[in-house]
Design a protein. Structure first.
Length: 405
């Protein structure tokens, strides 16, 4: 009898462990066909996935099929997904409903294998000639409530430059209970001109719940914190290696000190407890240096971006060009460019997005010839709203502050 009870107790423990393991497994959110298995062919979305591409454009490809010169073996199984970005401002994405909704406020980890094919031969949509779609692109992962719905950017990779399979790991925190996930190939940002590129996807994991003890990361590689960064001149004469002494500071000193700029004639600008009055929507074509004071903020609502992205809208260019002309006319002016978001996103995501948007503005001006040491970028996230309504577009803006005259 005693041995029978012992056997029953052991059996109970075994089944309990199995059940606990199964429950842990059940907490994961699964994808159908995560390895993109199907018959290799071009312009055909793998089974269980939905094409979210542009009208009149072909669907993604099940690789390797040799049609476009893509021959890399699969990382898992027999096939994988090929997505491209095109020079006519169209790009490819796929979507599917997840096994159970992502939960607002919970954190998840996710991995997927990504690569770039050294050959992806197709037609240029702009030139109507044969082109090799090999310029590096990146993966963006969205949550939504319907097929192809890009409601919220969950994560994005850096540019995929590797010609072999590498595992990319992401951590994110959704801000709503999303039921669909979308994988999208996208251009380098910021970028003024679309181009032809490809990314390969294989062996996606389940979405695994994790504790939110650490701040979730939107991108797959670490970024320098705090969000204030110094702009350094691009290096071109040392093979792309970083130049010593140009690392952005990791402390959070006063704004002007961080940019290592020297304020000229400080006695002419006495400190005051009352901040200078901000200027809304300044006209840089008529604005004069004499109209400005140190520390003054200029709000520029006409600088806008794609939803949840750092791509400048075309409507932003006229005012940016006016700002460019103003900077060229006044070569002594030093600016802080600050990005701001609405109040709908998680703190960490808002901080990162606002910082990248500020950097996109600076990159535009630097490419046009303004010296990078005349700028400092800062991401304020949602910490300085101008409206109490969280989703008010007024909160989503770029501001510049006068650091030196």
């Amino acid at each position: 009898m005693r041995s029978g009870l012992l056997f029953f107790s052991i059996l109970t423990l075994v089944f309990g462990a199995v059940r606990s393991s199964a429950q842990a497994q059940d907490n994961k959110i699964y994808l159908k066909n995560p390895s993109f298995e199907d018959v290799p062919r071009h312009s055909q979305t793998p089974k269980d996935w939905i094409d979210c591409g542009f009208e009149l454009e072909s669907e993604p490809d099940i690789q390797p099929n040799g049609e476009f010169g893509v021959t890399m073996p699969a990382q898992h199984g027999q096939t994988y997904l090929g997505l491209v970005v095109r020079d006519n401002e169209t790009w490819e994405r796929v979507s599917q409903k997840v096994s159970r909704p992502l939960e607002k406020g919970k954190c998840y980890e996710f991995s997927i294998h990504l690569a770039r094919s050294p050959q992806y031969i197709s037609q240029s949509r702009v030139k109507d000639t044969q082109a090799n779609y090999i310029t590096p692109a990146k993966l963006k992962i969205y949550g939504g409530f319907s097929p192809c719905d890009r409601q919220f950017l969950l994560a994005e990779s850096n540019l995929i430059i590797n010609y072999r399979w590498l595992e990319f790991n992401f951590k994110f925190e959704p801000i709503d209970n999303y039921t669909y996930i979308t994988f999208e190939a996208f251009y380098k940002t910021p970028n003024l001109f679309p181009y032809n590129g490809n990314i390969l996807l294989d062996n996606a994991s389940a979405l695994n719940p994790i504790p939110c003890k650490e701040q979730p990361e939107v991108v797959s590689t670490p970024t320098v914190k705090p969000s204030t960064q110094r702009i350094d001149t691009p290096k071109t004469n040392n093979g792309g290696k970083p130049t010593p002494g140009k690392t952005p500071p990791i402390t959070n000193p006063p704004v002007v000190a961080e940019n290592n700029t020297t304020t000229k004639n400080p006695e002419k600008k006495p400190e005051t407890n009352t901040p200078p009055k901000s200027i809304d929507n300044p006209d840089f074509s008529t604005l004069k240096k004499s109209d400005l004071t140190m520390g003054q903020t200029l709000r520029i609502p006409s600088i806008t971006f794609a939803v949840n992205d750092t791509i400048l809208s075309r409507a932003s260019y006229p005012n940016l060009d006016k700002l460019l002309s103003f900077m060229n006319t006044n070569p002594d002016i030093v600016l802080e460019v600050g990005g701001h978001t609405n109040g709908l996103c998680a703190d960490d995501y808002c901080n990162r997005l606002s910082l990248r948007r500020a950097r996109a503005v600076v990159d535009y001006l630097v490419k046009k010839g303004v010296k990078p040491e005349r700028f400092q970028v800062k991401g304020y996230g949602k910490t300085q709203p101008v409206s109490t309504v969280k989703n008010d577009p007024k909160n989503q803006r770029v501001e510049i502050k006068i650091l030196d005259l």
